[in-house]
Design a protein around this ligand. Structure first.
Ligand code: G
Ligand code: G
Ligand code: MN
Ligand code: NA
Length: 253
């Protein structure tokens, strides 16, 4: 409807922007990565959440163009930060299911890296469990992406149609523990058990693991007690426009 026509023009008009949310390492309180999160700076409606327009982009096929723009823009910004003395940290980019299954995804990722001159090691791609259900397709894509040198994170881990065999068979670098397990972690014994188990499983599988959605000191304390070493959430920082992310972002814990 109305929004759709405007969304088509939003890219041309430069109204889409990426915000960046710092990811923190508990060991030294340093920023060890950022997640790129898209926003739409709508001329009348203000800053719109991707929950409003990504589903629309998926319905209309605009997601291909938007997804490609997001990849390039995230790489461009990261290269800029690196070149201007920022920390050599990676950016992680969310892929939609359609983008993941698009035949030229690998080529788009490769082109984004080449054009921006960002080293592949500084790009992480976030996929969800449901995207891997067609195992024969996913294995090929993930192996090709990994061969480029980019890393793969499993987003919203624990909420999808998980099969532990995915962790065995696919080149997954990092698990992102979904916020839904963190929200009530201070009261919920079962959430504590689930999170502790995911963390130790990741460690045993030599995967990295990060917890999302930390909003309080209490949640942080329990996560740290369970040996969670990477965290992301409003407690440290909301997603910020690129200009507001400090190169030496540091939060004493
Ligand atoms: O940042 P926020 O909490 O508003 O994001 C809401 C949802 O939109 C999340 O599920 C997030 O993964 C998704 N999202 C944010 N940025 C992007 C993006 O660049 N591409 C895709 N496909 N999804 C995104
Ligand atoms: O699906 P995905 O994990 O990519 O979604 C990330 C979303 O979570 C982003 O929209 C981001 O704005 C949001 N987010 C990040 N940190 C927090 C937090 O501490 N609390 C809440 N409620 N949302 C968060
Ligand atoms: Mn994500
Ligand atoms: Na998530």
């Amino acid at each position: 409807i109305e929004l759709e026509g405007y969304l088509r023009k939003a890219l041309e008009r430069d109204e889409l922007v990426l915000y960046y949310q710092p990811q923190i390492r508990t060991e030294d309180s340093r920023m060890i990565g950022v997640e790129a999160l898209i926003r739409w700076n709508h001329p009348d409606k203000g800053v719109l959440s991707p929950n409003v327009f990504i589903p629309l982009a998926e319905e209309t096929g605009l997601i291909y163009e938007i997804g490609n723009w997001t990849l390039r823009e995230a790489c461009r910004q990261m290269k800029l930060w690196h070149a201007s003395g920022g920390p050599l940290i990676p950016v992680s980019v969310n892929l939609s299911s359609q983008q993941f299954h698009q035949s030229n995804l690998v080529e788009q990722v490769k082109n984004a890296l080449t054009e921006t001159e960002l080293d592949a090691r500084y790009l992480e791609l976030e996929i969800t469990e449901s995207m891997m259900m067609d195992a024969s397709v996913s294995t090929g894509i993930l192996n090709e992406l990994t061969a480029l040198g980019v890393k793969i994170s499993l987003d919203d881990f624990g909420t999808g149609y998980s099969s532990l065999s995915y962790l065995k068979n696919f080149p997954i670098h990092k698990l992102k523990i979904d916020r839904s397990f963190v929200t009530d972690i201070t009261e919920s014994r079962s959430d504590q058990a689930i999170v502790a188990t995911i963390i130790s499983m990741a460690q045993n599988l030599k995967m990295e693991v990060i917890a999302e959605g930390i909003e309080t000191k209490g949640q942080l304390d329990i996560l740290m007690q369970n040996d969670c070493r990477e965290i992301q959430g409003y407690y440290f920082s909301r997603p910020l426009p690129a200009s507001e992310v400090e190169h030496d972002f540091f939060v004493p814990l």
